[in-house]
Design a protein around this ligand. Structure first.
Ligand code: PMP
Length: 306
C-alpha cells in the first residue's frame, strides 16, 4: 500500500486524510454508486513545476460518466479543476503523484437514487515497480459489456470484473491479465488498455470493443502518428494474434506504458525486455507528460503556475 496523503478534498473542504468520511449506508457503499477518474501529475525538476496530464480530457470523461449514471450534480468545470489543484498545492507535492477524483451517491437511498452526490479528490505519490514489464494470462473471465455494465462509464462497480481477472491471474502466478470481450476479441486489462505490435505495426482494439475510452490510448494514437510516423491499426484483435505478437503493452494514466513480456507463458520478443516499438513510445510518452516537449504543452496544467 502506498503512503496516504496528508490532505484531501471532500465536498468543498480540504480535510486531513483521516477526517474524510462518508456514511456506511451511502449509495456508494451499498451499490457501488460512484464514478471516478484516475490521472497523474508529473514533476519537472528543471522547470520546478508539477504538471497535471490531460486534466480537461479527464474532466470531460467524468461528465460523461455522471451523465450516463444520471447523477444529479451542479459541479462546474472550474470546481472540478480547482478541487484537484487545491489538493496538490495543499500537500505541497513536488514529485510525481497519482490523483483520484470521485463523484458518488452520498446519501442513503434506493438503488436508483441519483443524488445527493459528493465530490472527493485524493492524490498520493505512486510509483510503478522497476520491473521491465509484466507476465500476463488471458483471463477466463469475460469483459463486462456495453449491453449490461458499460465499460465506457468509469464506475467503481465495473472494477469488480477487473478484480476477478486480477485475482485469478495472481492466484496462477501471473502479474496481470488481458480480458476478452463477449465476442472473444481482446478488450483490455483490468485497469488499462492494450496494444500489440504485429509485423512492426501497432494495433489496438476499437472503442466499441468493451473498453474504457482511455485518455492514454488516445494520446498514444496521436503520438505514434506525430512523433514516430506510424499509423496505429485500430481493429479487433484475436486472442491468438496477441500470443504471436512481437510486442504488447498496457497503457493507462496509472499503468503508464507497461510492457507485456509474455502471454500465457508464451514469451513476446526475448520475453525479458520491452521491444523497440514499446521502448520508443515509452520514451516519447514520458517526455511529453513531464513537459519536455513544448508541442504538447496544451495537454499540461501547471499546478504552481510559474
Ligand atoms: N481501462 C480501464 C478499465 C481503466 O481502468 C483504465 C484506467 N483509467 C484505462 C483503461 C486507461 O484509461 P486512461 O488512459 O484514461 O487512464
Amino acid at each position: 500500500m502506498s503512503a496516504s496523503s496528508r490532505y484531501l478534498y471532500l465536498n468543498g473542504k480540504i480535510l486531513p486524510y483521516d477526517q474524510a468520511k462518508i456514511h456506511v449506508q451511502s449509495g456508494a457503499v451499498k451499490y457501488g454508486g460512484s464514478v471516478f477518474e484516475g490521472l497523474r501529475a508529473y514533476w519537472n525538476p528543471q522547470q520546478r513545476e508539477l504538471y497535471v496530464f490531460r486534466l480537461a480530457e479527464h474532466i470531460d470523461r467524468l461528465y460523461e460518466s455522471m451523465r450516463l449514471m444520471r447523477m444529479e450534480h451542479t459541479f462546474t468545470r472550474q470546481e472540478l479543476t480547482s478541487a484537484i489543484l487545491e489538493v496538490l498545492r495543499k500537500n505541497e507535492y513536488r514529485q510525481d503523484v497519482h490523483i483520484r477524483q470521485s463523484v458518488f451517491i452520498e446519501a442513503d437511498g434506493a438503488l436508483d437514487a441519483t443524488g445527493p452526490v459528493g465530490l472527493a479528490v485524493d492524490a498520493k505519490p505512486h510509483k510503478l515497480t522497476d520491473k521491465p514489464g509484466i507476465d500476463v494470462c488471458v483471463s477466463s473471465w469475460t469483459r463486462i459489456s456495453d449491453a449490461s455494465m458499460p465499460p465506457r462509464i468509469k464506475c467503481s462497480a465495473n472494477y469488480q470484473n477487473g478484480r476477478l481477472a486480477m485475482l485469478e491471474a495472481r492466484t496462477n502466478g501471473y502479474d496481470g491479465a488481458l480480458i476478452l470481450n463477449g465476442r472473444g476479441k481482446l478488450a483490455e486489462g483490468p485497469g488499462a488498455c492494450c496494444f500489440i505490435v504485429r509485423r512492426g505495426v501497432p494495433v489496438t482494439p476499437p472503442v466499441t470493443a468493451d473498453i474504457l475510452e482511455s485518455v492514454t490510448r488516445a494520446t498514444l494514437l496521436e503520438l505514434f502518428r506525430t512523433e514516430l510516423g506510424q499509423t496505429v491499426d485500430v481493429r479487433d484483435i484475436d486472442r491468438t494474434e496477441a500470443a504471436v505478437a512481437q510486442e504488447a503493452f498496457l497503457c493507462g494514466s496509472g499503468a503508464e506504458i507497461t510492457a507485456v513480456l509474455s502471454i500465457d507463458r508464451l514469451p513476446l520478443g526475448d520475453g525479458a525486455q520491452p521491444g523497440p516499438v514499446t521502448r520508443a513510445i515509452q520514451d516519447c510518452y514520458f517526455s511529453v507528460v513531464r513537459g519536455d516537449k513544448p508541442t504538447y504543452r496544451s495537454w499540461l496544467t501547471p499546478v504552481y503556475g510559474r
